[in-house]
Design a binder for this molecule. Structure first.
Ligand code: AR6
Length: 189
């Protein structure tokens, strides 16, 4: 079990299919168009049913595309969740196009939205490390640092922040980044 405990709650890692998770919110690695795609996006729309796309279309009509580094909320259709938070990560293009801060912003936006909606649990996939080709070592560090710093520093309703990684290799990368972070965190004297 890979867990880092903070004052607010736990950040944990597991291998699995995010569409099978039970949580208040499941995060989707979406694109700016918000109208579905492959990877985890395709899996969430398939498993959750058509109501998720209908809500995404309404959001598109209302506010246009969702920029990278941001996120929007819909219901979760038939998933075992109350909400899907559709987060748009950056497309990797070498690392000099603000990809790191944009990825951190996408995670922060999800954590802030979950808090705004008074949610206790949230599941993240590894945003941007599939079709968007963000190197997973660096993405994992950014993802975990953003969540740890949020859970340590902010007043939040969140108690359970769960990363659901799709392969053993991805889980191993996240686990070693989490271990590094755990060793740098000092308990108060
Ligand atoms: N559960 C958990 N993780 C999954 C699942 C699943 N069911 N399926 C895939 N992954 P990607 P991105 C992992 O490509 O890089 C889409 O077409 C996958 O192994 O889904 O942010 C969107 O519409 C990888 O580790 O998202 C966008 O156009 C991670 O999820 C674009 O891809 C993210 O891979 C977004 O690209």
């Amino acid at each position: 079990m890979y867990v880092l405990t903070t004052d607010n709650g736990a950040i944990s890692l597991k291998r699995g299919d995010i569409t099978h998770e039970t949580a208040d919110a499941i995060v989707n690695a979406a694109n700016s168009g918000l109208l579905g795609g492959g990877g985890v996006d395709g899996a969430i729309h398939r498993a959750g049913g058509p109501s998720i796309l209908e809500e995404c279309k309404l959001i598109r009509e209302d506010q246009g595309k969702c920029p990278s580094g941001s996120a929007v909320v819909t219901g979760a259709g038939s998933l075992k969740a109350k909400f899907v938070i559709h987060a748009v990560g950056p497309i990797w293009s070498g690392g000099n196009r603000n990809e790191g801060p944009t990825l951190a912003a996408a995670y922060s936006k999800c954590l802030n939205l979950a808090t705004e909606y008074s949610l206790a649990s949230i599941c993240f996939p590894s945003i941007s490390t599939g079709a968007y080709r963000f190197p997973i070592e660096e993405a994992a560090k950014i993802a975990l640092e953003t969540c740890v710093s949020f859970m340590r520093g902010k007043a939040t309703t969140l108690q359970d922040v769960r990363f659901v990684l799709f392969s053993d290799d991805d889980l191993a990368v996240y686990a070693s980044r989490l271990e590094e972070l755990s060793s740098t965190i000092k308990s108060p004297a």
